[in-house]
Ligand binder design. Structure first.
Ligand SMILES: [Zn+2]
Length: 252
């Protein structure tokens, strides 16, 4: 965490950070720091920051998409996915799994955050009746990691570490013209506010449970159907109960 960040008011004080870390665990801390920077940092233009928004969607493994942090700005909607990982990070835009290499070469895999946040943007675009180019996807990694091989930024997404977030965002905002007039900004703010209000702890618990069932292999990651054991010409396999509409399969 940079000292300059503290001075500019972009990072919360040490004790507040520790309190949040205790209360929410390390994952929640990343989201909190991103949100804090967006709310307190020096940024031009009209803005509103939302955190933890469940966006209902019609396709996908769970009934909704969970957005960590969202910045509604007069130049567009910036959607943030925070990753509080350490180690070296490797991945490409289309690869399903990215790799985190820890000390002694220990490797962990995690779902491609570019694809993860693209799903968030799609759900939001459908819900808010906006084209996808009104959105910017930001993947924000912690200061503790090193981005060894990640895709270059595009018009749709951008990858950075948290210490550079505001610098990158200011430049991005400057390059994009004003998109939402006051009336449209108010409409979007009210609509996102409603989604946030509906994102109760109960709704989130249901979402998390469903997401865990996807991870456990009980629910189809493509459509949310039940995964069932089947017998085929070449032996047994797991397949989606929505076959032939969904052709997801997995080895036994
Ligand atoms: Zn399926």
């Amino acid at each position: 965490m940079s000292l300059l960040g503290y001075i500019r008011g972009e990072q919360p004080g040490y004790f507040k950070t520790i309190a949040v870390q205790r209360a929410e665990g390390v994952g929640g801390l990343g989201e909190y720091l991103t949100e804090y920077a967006l709310e307190h940092g020096v940024l031009p233009g009209r803005r509103a920051v939302f955190r933890n928004v469940l966006v209902p969607r019609s396709t996908g493994p769970t009934g909704e998409s969970e957005v960590d942090v969202l910045l509604l700005h007069e130049t567009g909607i910036y959607v943030f996915e925070s990753k509080n990982y350490g180690g070296w990070i490797f991945g490409s835009a289309e690869q399903r799994q990215w790799t985190q290499v820890l000390e002694h070469g220990h490797k962990e895999r995690f779902y491609n955050p570019v694809l993860q946040n693209r799903a968030h943007v799609r759900a939001l675009a459908a819900r808010l009746a906006l084209p996808e180019d009104a959105f910017r996807s930001y993947i924000v990694f912690s200061e503790r990691c090193e981005l060894r091989k990640v895709p270059d930024d595009t018009d749709a997404f951008l990858i950075c570490r948290r210490q550079n977030l505001l610098k990158v965002l200011r430049k991005d905002i400057k390059a994009r013209g004003r998109r939402f007039a006051d009336e449209e900004f108010d409409r979007l703010s009210a609509r996102i506010g409603e989604l946030h209000e509906a994102s109760t702890d109960e709704a989130k618990a249901v979402h998390v449970e469903q997401a865990q069932r996807v991870l456990a292999g009980e629910v189809c990651p493509r459509c949310g159907g039940e995964v069932v054991r089947r017998k085929g010409r070449y032996g047994e396999f797991y397949g989606c109960s929505n076959y032939p509409r969904c052709t997801f399969t997995r080895k036994v």
